[in-house]
Write a protein of this length. Sequence first.
Length: 273
Amino acid sequence: MNKPTFNNAPSGSPAGWTIKLGESPIIGTAIHSGSDVGRACQPLLSISNSDRLREEDPFTEYFIADFPTQIIVHRSRFQVDLNRAREAAIYLLPDQSWGLNVWRELPAEEIINESLAFHDAFYAELKLVLSDVEKRYGRFVLVDVHSYNHRREGPEGVPTSYDVAPDINIGTFSMNRARWAPVVDAFMETLRGQRFNGEPIDVRENVSFQGKGEQTRFVHANFPKTGCAIAVEFKKIFMDEWSGDPDWAAIERLRAMLASTVPVLESALRAMQ
């Protein structure tokens, strides 16, 4: 069977997504890694590039670079957030975007409609991709990779307390946790067996985030018996969240940790059959 090749860049926009298909039921996504903004939106933004970068998930595409199937979104969440429901996908008010004023002036209806069409098109394509993987393998795991800030008081400020800020937060809110326990537990135990800067990596479930994003919800709503979507939030221990500078050694280490889960997830899926 010839596998379809997916690659989309909407007409008139520099942003889109890239999908690479591999021979495995394990999928890695980085839907907040992008920073592209459509030409019509650029003059309407009041938020600075540095503030945008701080709330985007830069470098997360590298964490999934060893996954057999990869979905990477290039458009910034500040134009349209694919991990929010359609009606909340555009940050029109500061309370939707960490108190930040995103727009110099609100976008016109046609710009909003184009952004929402992007949201619609992405989820239509995601469903096609996942249906194809489901058809070939019966079940699949989607690892939904994000990152989060832990120095919100400023570059010299006190970081968020360790108690509520694990190195890796696993979100499982929308899944049937009992059904997918063998998969999720194996995933977390594999990560917990790793070390970062000489110490065991801190991996906890539903602490700083619970996995309430739209992508995991979409997977579990549309593939309730065959799709397991695990939300993974990396604390920004791999970069300076204020300057935006990456720590490439840390990125490579975290990438290797995540790559080590792929055969474990494949084995856990086979054991369920």
